[in-house]
Design a protein around this ligand. Structure first.
Ligand SMILES: NC(=O)c1ccc[n+]([C@@H]2O[C@H](COP(=O)([O-])OP(=O)(O)OC[C@H]3O[C@@H](n4cnc5c(N)ncnc54)[C@H](OP(=O)(O)O)[C@@H]3O)[C@@H](O)[C@H]2O)c1
Length: 226
């Protein structure tokens, strides 16, 4: 997006061969790329050769999709589990993996024993009503669903969610990190704090999750990652 918004900035992609040891050739190539005002936007170094992609001749062809084994039956923690992507993946796991699901978000849901009253007193378009209906639909598919409420950058909060999941389900077999805000808008109008708010759940959230899960396996004998 950057060159589309800023005509004076050029972005280039320099692709080094990940399978080859990075040697003097590749480093020299990279230095040349960085110090030359080239016009090639996509460049690749392979076996001592420099390849450039001419965008007008670039073509796309479909890859055969290899058969992928489905997710194994088990307990899945989905951060952002009440959001758009989280609920789609929860639905998939409920249908294909007889999943026990721990769905987390900052706001969570009203207490379960108030759901019927909540649905009766709020319109169908109410955000929490839609999420409650989605959870009920997951349970109708046979999933056991636990709702957790924590900011994914809050380590103590996430640790509590993990501990609660372990206490209820025994162990967590898989984690899907789908908590976040998309943060659209033009780069020119972004302020550092806006970018930080978008990056926090994605980057810090991933680090917090790793620590919360690692801690749980060492402090609780019942809880471990597969
Ligand atoms: N939709 C797409 O096409 C797409 C494509 C590529 C990447 N993504 C990324 O995928 C992630 C989810 O997208 P989505 O479309 O599912 O968004 P969404 O419908 O807005 O759902 C986001 C979910 O994350 C929760 N959440 C947000 N910030 C959180 C935080 N700090 N801690 C805990 N939970 C948090 C939200 O609930 P609360 O507000 O209650 O916390 C909500 O449940 C985002 O990071 C997005 O950038 C989306």
């Amino acid at each position: 997006m950057i060159p589309q918004e800023f005509s004076h900035i050029a972005c280039r992609q320099v692709d080094l061969d990940a399978l080859a040891a990075i040697g003097d050739d590749q480093i020299a190539g990279l230095v040349t790329e960085l110090s030359t005002p080239g016009t090639d936007r996509v460049v690749a170094y392979r076996q001592g050769r420099r390849w450039s992609a001419c965008s007008s001749r670039r073509q796309w062809s479909p890859l055969a999709r290899p058969a992928v084994a489905g997710a194994p039956e088990g307990v899945y923690l989905i951060t952002g589990g009440l959001g758009g992507i989280g609920l789609v993946l929860a639905d998939h796991l409920a249908r294909t993996a007889k999943a026990k699901l721990v769905l987390t978000s900052r706001r969570g849901l009203p207490p379960r024993d108030t759901w019927q009253d909540y649905l009766a007193s709020h319109g169908a378009q109410d955000a929490a009503s839609r999420k409650i209906r989605s959870v009920i639909a997951l349970e109708d598919l046979g999933a056991e669903v636990s709702i957790g409420s924590a900011d994914v950058v809050d380590e103590a909060g996430m640790k509590a969610v993990v501990d609660e999941a372990c206490a209820r389900f025994g162990r967590i077999h898989g984690v899907i990190h789908a908590a976040g805000i998309a943060g659209g808008g033009m780069i020119q109008l972004k302020k550092p704090e806006v970018a930080a708010a978008v990056l926090a759940p994605k980057v810090l959230g991933t680090q917090v999750l790793e620590r919360a899960l690692a801690g749980s396996s060492s402090t609780s004998s019942c809880c471990a990652r597969r």
